[in-house]
Design a protein around this ligand. Sequence first.
Ligand SMILES: [Zn+2]
Length: 267
Amino acid sequence: MSKNLVDICVNLTDEVFSGNEDSIIEEANQKNITKMVLVGNDLKSSKKCQRLAQRYNFYSTAGYHPHNAKEWDENSYAELQKLIKCENVRAVGECGLDFNRNFSSPEIQHEVFAKHIDLAKETGLPLFVHERDAFHQMHKILSENINDCKKVVVHCFTGTKNALEDYLSLGIYIGLTGWICDNRRGKHLRDFINIIPDDKLLIETDSPYLSPFVSSRESHITSEMKRFNKPAYLTEIAKTVAKYRNQSYDHICDITYKNYTNLFGIN
Ligand SMILES: [Zn+2]
């Protein structure tokens, strides 16, 4: 396994990584995960992601996760505008709709997501979308706005085949996480991830969440590995995605790296 991989969703500002960023990144580098996109989920974390991205020569995103939509205030738009001017901030998000737990009310989530779409249109940056249990509303909104948005990625896709087809028909990029490795929650995805065209596929850990080992029964998998995900585990996701797409590991490395450069506008 010598090809380079890029993890397009690392929550490096999560407190579990705090103070250990160097070693987390070093461990990933040893597995040829050479690039990461550091994903912001509110103003504070978006600012911190930008600083960390600068320090480690990565890229970052700026936005409010739908869970945090209730924290949006009258200064948020201008603050994000300012942050996005930094060269290494390359997407608006993560943003979107999450009706699984409704940590922010659906009304507020809709309102704040609309602001992010405005920002993506205004800046020409890609939209980094989180959608959970909100496919129909999300698909409607994206359909109405897709012509004015430059590029869109729906990260951590865990939905149905029909949902995937509908996103793909809008030309949206799809991010796959360790769900695909989960024998319980991710099994359904294995039957149809091969419909994602080579030029729309991305992979991500969404670490420290969603460990790819969560349902593993292999003896060398510790409870810590199940509980605590990190970018180094991206190779597990790449392997599983390769298996169920009937493609080689190297091919997955090649196409996902190329898609990362296209989506985030990297030369
Ligand atoms: Zn997300």
